[in-house]
Design a protein around this ligand. Sequence first.
Ligand code: SF4
Length: 362
Amino acid sequence: MEKTDILSLPYDELIEYVQNRGEKAFRGKQLYQWMHQHLAESFDAMQNLPKSFKEGLDRDCNYHILKSVDLQISQLDGTRKYLFELADGNMVEAVLMHYKHGDSVCISSQVGCKMGCRFCASTLDGWLRNLTPAEMLGQVYSIQRDIWKSMGLTKAPSIGSEEYTNSRISNLVVMGTGEPLDNYENLLTFIRMLTDEHGLNLSQRSITVSTCGLVPKIKALGEEKLGITLALSLHAPNQQKRQELMPIARTYEIHEVVDALREYQNTTGRRVSFEYSLVAGVNDSDGDARELSELIGDIHGHVNLIPVNPIKERDFKSPSHQAAVAFQKKLENCGINVTIRREMGRDIDGACGQLRRRHIHP
Ligand code: SF4
């Protein structure tokens, strides 16, 4: 019999599962709390659950805790890049960044990626599989445990205490390896569980999901009316340039994607953001800035300019700081809200997918 992926079960489903095993609903509540608030590392560690119940769960369920097999820590800003091993031996990356407003975690949503964006190391080995909700939660939870450990704690602070609330990660971005909307159902379950009041209870407003532009999925996501921020990886001011950088543009034309974002904003009332990797000599000219402002100038959103992180397999160069600032100014002059993303972890394998790749191809 296939084991139950217990960490992927949302609250109501877990209660039902526990009741189907002949236990009272409150046992399900306790179990959920152990897994999603205390972040217990085994059934055995769940102190107030009966031994026979725990042994049964151990026999019938998978409860895999992601262990970090590699960790890089930036000497410049303390950014921590984790390489986690999944139960089947595959590996995924996640990153913890410290900002003034709190800790932000970036997770992966798939093992590899099939989208083929030219500037991205995550796609070079193709796509292997989707991550389950448990595997996405697992990245967040392992990093949260690490934060507690770095505070000298051996277990979670008391739930509801100031220490618990203050040490909880404050922002989550689904912007690591993979196209999140290509793993749509699992992504939704993951978001609902992470923002569940019975779990870590993050605010939906503190979550950003980044997509390369899967139009039907953007429309479907809008209908969910979540409070999350949607970020579009745009990276080019027109169809021709986008097509050269991002194969997905051959399926969804640039105006169709931007229209879907407009629709998302109208349906949800949420601000959207645009990711724009600046590649020297490719998409950073005055003309590019002008075209970009014409394309998105009417949208209430924010543009993140990201000087491209060079990867050795591609010959892309980052523009100079002055060139990036000049591009920013051009957009600002057109009334666009824009920042140059501070490069976190510049001294470690910062670009998404590089650490995993180094382990696959030593
Ligand atoms: S940028 Fe995102 S969607 Fe594009 S290949 Fe990389 S991981 Fe996939």
